[in-house]
Write a protein that binds this ligand. Structure first.
Ligand SMILES: [Cu+2]
Length: 464
């Protein structure tokens, strides 16, 4: 018995037991599986209504089977190993070999049938976030349906009634299953020209997610409520997040959904974008305004659109600075300005790997090679053409190039800045420092003034 036959007979047995749809008694589509965490090229629709496909950042689109006019997908909920970034793999739960699961792309008006096979160690369901559908297809375990038992396959079927940006995730033991990485993107393309949905040359999508993985471990702690330490886009952390590579002059759409437990102000450098829609649908023109940062709250989705008309490598990141870092020990004391002279030598007698951090800020962290536990990412990492980037987590770049071919999503490498367009060092004379402090009134007598010690690089200590 080959793998295909084996899977079909096993799955058919499960469906016969769960019996949701008569049509489901026919053999199931073979589930597609992805083994890599790289960005797959867009899936050009081989049948059905045509559309301009999306590109899932460090992800892929689920292939479907057309069965008598119905688009059939097969999702398998299962434990997976996901590379968060080179040097760190996490044991997560996901769909079809990865976390997040594959993106589902359909067209407004499509009849969609999704087989969901549960290979997790506990029951699950799938909720189709944002969709108009019959109540019994909404996927809330206990409310809309019994949970899908271990080893069984259930069938969801509905019409994709409105075009837009959606996601899917379990609604069964939700805290654990989402903390373990179970989620996926869903895009319903408009069936014809839509007055509020513009045609774009590049259409990217990803989900914001977060994990709490103890340094050196690989399985997230599902009971963590707020104190996550790995901030990811599609379960990838910088420098593991692929760049968004576009051609100069492209209209670009980026679709973002937030399944973490906090909000993320998503910020793009070098361009202004408009928020053109959410999981509620396309936004009226009257509420759109130019922005460079937009907050994506928990459970929300946003579509950002802009004209990529500035060549370069532009940072694109969450603006919460602790979300552009990887795992660090918590409770690191603030040592900025504290002299450590001789201290590290003394502590190294007790703990040989001890290094002093933070005396002059944390930038040293980007370049230092401190011994890390296995399977742990440095807190600040990544290297650009001009040195360490000192980033992690929810950070990547938008690469705008005039010679990027239409339909080419490959990384064009570092931007070659035209001569004379980079910030440069001032090597002339510096003006003498004017002190305004001298003119301030003397402190009231009897109370000593607060005395602070200020340390400047390349200077002796001053007392003020
Ligand atoms: Cu954030």
């Amino acid at each position: 018995m080959n793998r295909r036959n084996f899977f079909q007979s096993a799955a058919v047995t499960a469906v016969a037991t769960a019996s949701v749809s008569r049509v489901a008694m026919a053999a199931l589509p073979e589930p597609a599986t992805m083994t890599q965490a790289s960005t797959a090229p867009p899936l050009i629709p081989p049948n059905g209504r045509p559309y301009n496909p999306v590109v899932t950042l460090n992800g892929w689109t689920c292939p479907w089977r057309m069965n008598q006019g119905v688009k059939e997908f097969h999702l398998v909920a299962e434990p997976v190993v996901r590379e968060i970034a080179p040097g760190m793999k996490a044991t997560l739960w996901g769909y079809n070999g990865q976390s997040p699961g594959p993106t589902i792309e359909v067209v407004e008006g499509d009849r969609v049938r999704i087989y969901v096979t549960n290979k997790l160690p506990e029951h699950t369901t799938i909720h189709w976030h944002g969709q108009r559908l019959p109540n019994g297809m909404d996927g809330v375990g206990g409310l809309n349906q019994p949970q899908i038992p271990v080893g069984k396959t259930f069938v969801y079927e509905f019409e994709a009634r409105r075009p837009g940006t959606f996601m899917y995730h379990p609604h069964a033991d939700e805290m654990t299953q989402m903390a373990m990485g179970m989620m996926g993107f869903w895009v319903t393309h408009p069936k014809s020209k839509h007055p509020l949905i513009s045609e774009v040359q590049r259409d990217f999508c990803f989900l914001l997610n977060a994990y709490d993985v103890e340094p050196g471990a690989s399985t997230p702690k599902p009971n963590t409520m707020l104190d996550f330490n790995i901030w990811t886009w599609n379960s990838r952390a910088f420098p593991g997040i692929d760049s968004l590579n576009v051609r100069l002059g492209d209209k670009v759409r980026i679709r973002v959904g937030n399944l973490t437990m906090t909000n993320h102000p998503i910020h793009l450098h070098g361009h202004e974008f408009a928020v053109t829609g959410s999981d509620g649908g396309p936004w009226p023109m009257a509420v759109r305004s130019p922005e460079v940062t937009t907050d994506v709250a928990v459970g929300q989705m946003r579509q950002l659109e802009f004209l990529a008309d500035e060549p370069g490598d532009w940072a694109f990141h969450c603006h919460k600075s602790h979300h552009t870092m990887n795992a660090m020990g918590h409770n690191v004391p603030n040592l900025i300005g504290v002299s450590h002279a001789g201290l590290d030598k003394k502590i190294q007698k007790l703990a040989p790997d001890y290094m002093v951090m933070g005396e002059n800020g944390m930038a040293d962290m980007g370049a230092m090679e401190m011994p890390l536990p296995d399977n742990t990412l440095p807190m600040m990492t990544g290297t650009g053409p001009f040195g360490p980037l000192e980033m992690g987590g929810m950070f990547t770049t938008l690469k705008v190039r005039k010679d990027q071919k239409p339909g080419d999503y490959s990384d064009p490498g570092d931007y070659a800045q035209p001569a004379g367009t980079q910030a440069y060092e001032w090597t002339g004379q510096l003006p003498p420092t004017q002190s305004h402090m001298n003119k301030s009134p003397a402190p009231p007598t009897g109370k000593p003034s607060l005395e602070l010690r200020v340390k400047k690089p390349n200077a002796t200590e001053h007392q003020h």
